[in-house]
Design a protein around this ligand. Structure first.
Ligand code: GAR
Length: 208
């Protein structure tokens, strides 16, 4: 059974999708052992509490820089014997001291079709604002491994939705969450825990 640590910063709808999948038995060979939040008082913490999952807050604002914050995270991750770290709306970019310690063991969900609308500065609603400003007709979400470069690790799963003429960032975000993120993130987590993701030449392949 793999120890899964989920990291959050906000409302936690992706965390909820993971909790629901776990309760349905859809996450094979893995268990969420703790939810770590970069902010106190976010709704994601309440979701974890309701599900009886331990929570731990490491406030980003208490640390002067990315490196010192990442070192604090590393301490907690090693205490938990984390096998898989899931960034579910985690709005902090990790220092390489974390990414190098967990190669191909950190999964992120990004609300666009990488390599579009990604990298530093593209997070949350800003991603959808950028997609609408560009005028793309299709957008979606990407579940990928995390490496030293923001949103640049190997892609595990992607899914697309149509962009409608009257979309706002909020309506597009919601369509992508419902149709892609909440389905693909739990799926990728289970595939990882079942050892069904193989890395070849820096790319991820799902064993079907
Ligand atoms: C989600 O859309 C997630 O993909 C995005 O933030 C939202 C968090 O919502 N993540 C990023 O932009 C990371 N670069 P949630 O807290 O309800 O899961």
């Amino acid at each position: 059974m793999k120890n899964i640590v989920v990291m959050v910063s906000g409302g936690g709808t992706n965390l909820q999708a993971l909790i629901d999948a776990q309760e349905r038995g859809d996450i094979k060979n893995g268990k969420i052992v703790e939810v770590i939040s970069s902010k106190p008082d976010v709704y994601a913490i309440e979701r974890a509490n309701k599900a009886g999952i331990d929570t731990f807050v490491i406030p980003r604002k208490n640390y002067p820089d990315r490196k010192s914050y990442s070192l604090a995270l590393l301490d907690e991750l090693s205490r938990l014997n984390a096998d898989l770290i899931v960034l579910a709306g985690f709005m902090v970019i990790l220092d390489e001291c974390v990414t190098r310690s967990y190669p191909y063991k950190i999964i992120n969900v990004h609300p666009a079709l990488i390599p579009s609308f990604c990298g530093e500065g593209f997070y949350g609603l800003k991603v959808h604002e950028a997609a609408l400003a560009y005028g793309v007709k299709v957008s979606g979400a990407t579940v990928h491994f995390v490496n030293e470069k923001a949103d640049a690790g190997a892609i595990i799963l992607q899914g697309a939705v149509a962009v409608e003429n009257d979309d706002t960032p909020e309506t597009l975000q919601r369509r992508i969450m419902e149709n892609v993120e909440w389905k693909l993130l739990p799926k990728a987590v289970s595939l990882f825990c079942e050892d069904r993701i193989t890395i070849r030449d820096g790319k991820a392949y799902v064993d079907v």
